[in-house]
Design a protein around this ligand. Structure first.
Ligand code: 13P
Length: 248
């Protein structure tokens, strides 16, 4: 049986005081449940202190594709390791659309993460216009192929994929369980055609307006192995309920 894994993506939210309250609430409630929080860079040290010894892992939301050097404002994989990160999100749709990250750059970041021993959470997903014009599978395949061509299908044994339809992120519009399952099954079958063993074990998270109220019906789908949670990951009771729904 594949494991289920829920990750919170705090995006650019939080403060030392808010984070302390949130992490203090999550720790006992999620004892024994594997979960991840991806926090803004400045709060990694706080996450490291607060979450040490708990079942909650922590990570970042982005990293540089470069190892070190004159890259003002960038953060390397080895810096994330210094703060105990085990996961890092790569290719989030907000990075792709707002900061111009190309498929090739995302693949480079994915490889930089893995080279350092971090598990990349690789985000893929189509926009509303792409879904409406019937190219969802083509878009997701292109995003996956950029990584598979660069890093090899075997690299997915040390990665998590998050399917996040752009039209469902922060909009309150969740993909129906059937819509999400269909794309998850497509992703798994595409990878299975290259390596059945890797595909069978691969954790494919769903992201996009997941809440306590809709988590159970999503998590029960055969190819949905957890979630990547934005807004609801900032609300302790919501995130706890989602993690518990996935762990059932
Ligand atoms: P929301 O859960 O706020 O829709 O965000 C999803 C997301 O982008 C997680 O990475």
């Amino acid at each position: 049986m594949r494991k289920k894994l829920v990750a919170g993506n705090w995006k650019m939210h939080g403060s030392l005081a808010e984070n302390a309250a949130l992490l203090t609430a999550l720790k006992p409630a999620l004892a024994g449940i594997e979960a991840v929080v991806c926090v803004p860079f400045p709060y990694l040290a706080q996450a490291q202190v607060e979450l040490a010894g708990s079942s909650i892992a922590w990570g970042a939301q982005n990293l540089s594709e470069q190892a070190k050097g004159a890259f003002t404002g960038e953060v390397s994989a080895s810096m994330l390791l210094d703060f105990g990160c085990t996961y890092v999100i790569v290719g989030h749709s907000e990075r792709r659309s707002l900061y111009g990250e190309s498929d090739a750059l995302v693949a480079s970041k994915y490889m930089a993460a893995q080279a350092a021993g971090l598990t990349p959470i690789l985000c893929v997903g189509e926009s509303l216009a792409e879904r409406e014009s019937g190219v969802t599978q083509a878009v997701v395949a292109r995003q996956l192929d950029a990584v598979i061509d660069a890093a090899g299908v075997g690299s997915l044994a040390q990665a998590v994929i998050a399917y996040e339809p752009v039209w469902a992120i922060g909009t309150g519009k969740t993909a129906s369980p059937e819509q999400a399952q269909a794309v998850h099954a497509f992703i798994r079958s595409k990878i299975a055609a290259l390596d059945a063993g890797v595909a069978d074990q691969l954790v494919i998270q769903y992201g996009g307006s997941v809440k306590a109220a809709n988590a159970a019906e999503l998590m029960v789908q055969p190819d949905i192995d957890g979630g990547l949670i934005g807004g609801a990951s900032l609300v302790a009771d919501e995130f706890i309920a989602i993690c518990r729904a996935a762990a059932k």
